[in-house]
Write a protein that binds this ligand. Structure first.
Ligand code: FAD
Length: 318
């Protein structure tokens, strides 16, 4: 079922969803299953599965030269989505990225998804490969997420790449895209960023999931600015539960977001890991409660591989 239909069918019932990441290459999918099974008393409305670009591994050879080996550390997004959808009867949303993909490979991935009955895709550009100063598109791929959205939208109209398919069957994907309440780091300012977001919606995106934020005022302000700019699709807030003191430096560096001083101070007072987790959980509960009170229909939790804290927040909020 399309995500937009899930929202419509549930009317005013509040929902939540999660984002999970594929296990590292060579590890078992069972870890993902365990993470999902924790939540089955109150299952998520849908599960997003991230896509990971190639990275480079540097290996020193016996002659002293260094070999640069491309590797995908977390493969399997399409099959994980298929496995979860049919095992738990929960809709899954594979992320598709521009980075590392030619248009042809993207088309093939979309055809695979269409054949296995996946109705939703989340289109993002992807970040620069570790060690590269900025995002470099595949020579035959897309530079921006909007180009990926356009390709998917064309397939939804039965237009395939070479235009040689006889009686083409259209796909029927519901497309989601990313938005940034604290601005994407490469955008000159939030208004410009919102204009590009609007273009993604005009190109065919039907909902937005935001980057994580810890201060609800930033989300409310972002939504207001998006609405004023003419973006009227659902904007689903992305929530990360802070579960370790390391997150205070890691999250701002990795995701270009601020952590409010009150949260930083509460975390710093804690002497144990459990104390930090409790602070993070209480913060997320307060954030979630306020968002739901403001009529936000759905909360999206970034799991980063762990769902125990999400379970505690969800049990309190839903
Ligand atoms: P875009 O929309 O292409 O925007 C990138 C930058 O270019 C922005 O600064 C924008 O303002 C600017 N821009 C857009 N269009 C134009 C234009 N026409 N001309 C000039 N500038 C333009 N990354 C992954 O690798 N895998 C994932 O699974 C993944 N999932 C994510 C899920 C969520 C909810 C979020 C918020 C992010 C996710 N990301 C993921 C990270 C994302 O790939 C990065 O943030 C990336 O740097 C930007 O992706 P985008 O789709 O927002 O890019």
């Amino acid at each position: 079922m399309k995500i937009t239909d899930i929202f419509q069918q549930n009317g005013s019932r509040k929902l939540y969803s999660i984002e999970i990441i594929p296990p590292k290459k060579g590890h078992s999918i069972e870890v993902l299953y365990e993470n999902i099974e924790h939540l089955l008393d109150h299952p998520p409305a849908f599960i997003n599965v991230t896509y990971h670009q190639r990275e480079y591994l540097y290996k020193t050879l016996s002659n002293g030269l260094i070999e640069k080996i491309p590797i995908r550390k977390r493969p399997g997004t399409v099959s994980i989505c298929t496995a979860i959808k049919y095992k738990y009867n929960i809709e899954t949303i594979p992320h598709l990225i521009c980075g590392g993909f030619s248009k042809q490979e993207t088309e093939d991935a979309l055809i695979d998804l269409h054949y296995v009955g996946i109705k939703n895709v989340f289109a993002v550009r992807g970040d620069a490969i570790k060690g590269e100063p900025h995002f470099i598109p595949h020579p035959e791929g897309h530079r921006y997420a909007i180009d990926l959205v356009r390709q998917i939208a064309r397939m939804n109209n039965g237009v395939y790449l070479e235009d040689v398919v006889e009686n083409p069957r259209p796909t029927d994907f519901c497309i989601g895209v990313a938005g940034y309440p604290e601005k994407h780091p490469e955008a000159p300012n939030l208004d410009e960023d919102i204009q590009f977001l609007k273009q993604k919606v005009e190109a065919g995106a039907e909902y937005i999931i935001t980057q994580m934020f810890f201060d609800n005022r930033k989300y409310f302000d972002f939504v207001e600015r998006c609405r004023a700019a003419g973006i009227h699709v659902p904007i689903i807030p992305g929530i990360k539960i802070l579960t370790s003191a390391r997150h205070l430096t890691f999250l701002p560096r990795a995701f270009h977001i601020d952590i409010p001083e009150a949260l930083v101070q509460e975390v710093k007072k804690q002497k144990t890991k459990e104390g930090v987790q409790q602070v993070g959980i209480e913060w997320a509960i307060a954030q979630g409660r306020e968002l739901l009170q403001h009529g936000i229909p759905s909360l999206h939790f970034f799991s980063m591989g762990k769902t125990r804290a999400i379970k505690k927040v969800v049990e309190t909020l839903f």
